[in-house]
Design a protein around this ligand. Structure first.
Ligand SMILES: *Cc1c(COP(=O)(O)O)cnc(C)c1O
Length: 465
């Protein structure tokens, strides 16, 4: 593959400068100056149908063909085969889950769960980090850094430790971070720097430090990460035999995923590789609902490339003035100012999207559903199930629609949340009746405390059945 088909641009049309792929282009997400990777598709050997890429299953001994990102490399053609950095990411599964489908009001075969927790570092972030690591190699970086609510740092750290191509610096805030994630960064040998403040503070600082010291920045302002994350959509299509679902549902934090999904479908459509684009539902946590509030209450839209930047600015000014700070159990989506806001607005336009907010209780119930009927997931991912339930109730998602939920992170990332959910005091209202008066299987699975006595144990186990 030749890399001269790819170049970088700013996303807003006022500025049509083009930059080469091996340049580091300055970014200021809040001035609209986000960078996009664009391609001259005429120069790329794009397959005539997506199905052709499936033949790579037979050549899986080639690491590029095994990778769930790079086996689609004609669709993110910014690197030569020799430049690509892969550790075998993207070996994920799409599980059809009839129990959850019926529970949320879909037909039995209507719901699929995309397990991104099966990636090497346990979250979808590896899809992006393989691409960012590849770009880091292209520009000759020897150090890379990120600010993180946890999974980005785990992902960057594993690419650093497994490839030894660059040193890794991780900036975390002093607030909540799930221990599974922090333990990974430490175990993989990342230089971990904890600063006073939250994620947004850490992101501001890491960008300054990177600029000062020439360190390669791996947050999702990095457009190459989003190129890798497009592959989540390709794999969902592949598992559905290339028939697009009606809905893609994803939790929204910094909005890199939703942005990447929109770009993936805009390109597939442009290339004539899909005839239909699914709708997108981005699910915020109530305690971290910037996108929801802007999109659903303030009418802020991409507006065909003319988003109301002044309204966005004044929204953030008010947020700062009132010192509103995000807070949710789903720490992976606890973000005040989503850096990919504008790209996400564009994706919502491409995919005729909607945004919803769900409470922490709904998020944890959604997560418990995935645990009870699937392989489990971390709290942020549970927001997707809660979001589908809400959109079904509203009639936005139809009973016959086919829905794919992107479960962004692995169950074991945040065992504290899981254990405390299942140890919650019995007879809480969640147990029997939901707010809508529907009887539901109790989701909290409490440990039973029994004295160390054989007769009592036999009695209790027999009683359970
Ligand atoms: C990073 C992350 C998110 C948020 O994704 P964005 O692309 O920033 O919106 C959601 N869930 C998990 C588990 C994450 O690690």
């Amino acid at each position: 593959m030749s890399a001269d088909a790819a170049y970088q641009t700013y996303i807003l049309p006022e500025d049509d400068s083009r930059f080469a792929v091996d340049e580091i282009v300055p970014v200021d997400p809040f001035a609209g100056r986000l960078v996009d990777v664009e391609y001259d598709w005429d120069k790329v050997p794009v397959p005539s149908s997506l199905r052709e890429l499936e033949s790579r299953w037979y050549t899986r001994r080639n690491p590029l063909d095994r990778s769930g990102v790079w086996r689609f490399r004609e669709l993110l053609p910014f690197a030569t085969d020799e430049q690509i950095v892969t550790i075998g990411e993207g070996q994920t599964l799409l599980q059809r889950c009839d129990e959850i489908a019926l529970d949320v009001g879909l037909k039995a075969n209507g719901l699929h769960l995309q397990y991104e927790g099966m990636n090497p570092s346990g979250s979808f972030k590896d899809n992006g980090m393989t691409a960012a690591s590849t770009h880091a190699r292209i520009v000759g970086a020897t150090s890379a850094a990120c600010a993180s609510t946890g999974n980005t740092s785990a992902s960057l750290a594993i690419y650093s430790s497994a490839t030894k191509l660059f040193r890794c610096f991780v900036f975390i805030g002093s607030g909540k971070i799930a221990y599974g994630k922090l333990s990974q960064a430490l175990d993989y040998g990342a230089h971990t720097i904890q600063i006073e403040g939250d994620f947004d503070d850490a992101l501001v600082r890491v960008r300054e430090v990177c600029a000062e010291l020439g360190i390669y920045l791996c947050n999702s302002v990095n457009p190459f990460r989003l190129e890798g994350q497009k592959a989540i959509m390709y794999r969902i299509l592949e598992e559905l035999d290339w028939e697009p679902p009606d809905w893609i549902v994803v939790p929204g934090g910094n909005l890199g995923n939703s942005s990447a999904f929109g770009k993936a479908f805009a390109e597939l459509k442009h290339l004539g590789l899909v005839d239909r684009v699914p709708r997108l539902a981005v699910i915020n946590a109530e305690g971290s609902n910037t996108l929801y509030d802007m999109y659903e209450h303030h009418g802020i839209r991409w507006n065909d490339g003319r988003p109301p930047l002044e309204d966005v600015d004044s929204y953030f000014e008010t947020m700062n003035a009132e010192d509103r700070r995000a807070s949710t159990i789903a720490t992976a989506i606890e973000i005040n100012r989503p850096v990919n806001l504008l790209k996400c607005l564009r994706a919502l336009e491409t995919m005729d999207g909607v945004v919803r907010e769900v409470s922490d209780e709904e998020i944890l119930d959604g997560k418990a559903m995935v645990g009870a009927h699937g392989f489990g997931c971390e709290p942020a991912s549970g927001a997707t199930i809660a979001g589908v339930r809400r959109l079904r109730e509203e009639g936005v998602i139809a009973p016959s629609d086919r829905v794919a939920c992107v479960l962004t992170g692995h169950e074991l990332k945040d065992p504290t949340a899981t254990v405390s959910y299942h140890s919650s005091p019995p007879n809480s209202p969640d147990d029997v009746l939901t707010a809508r008066g529907v009887t539901r299987t109790p989701l909290a699975n409490r440990p039973v405390v029994v004295p160390n006595d054989l007769n009592r144990l036999v009695e209790v186990v027999r009683g359970i059945g």
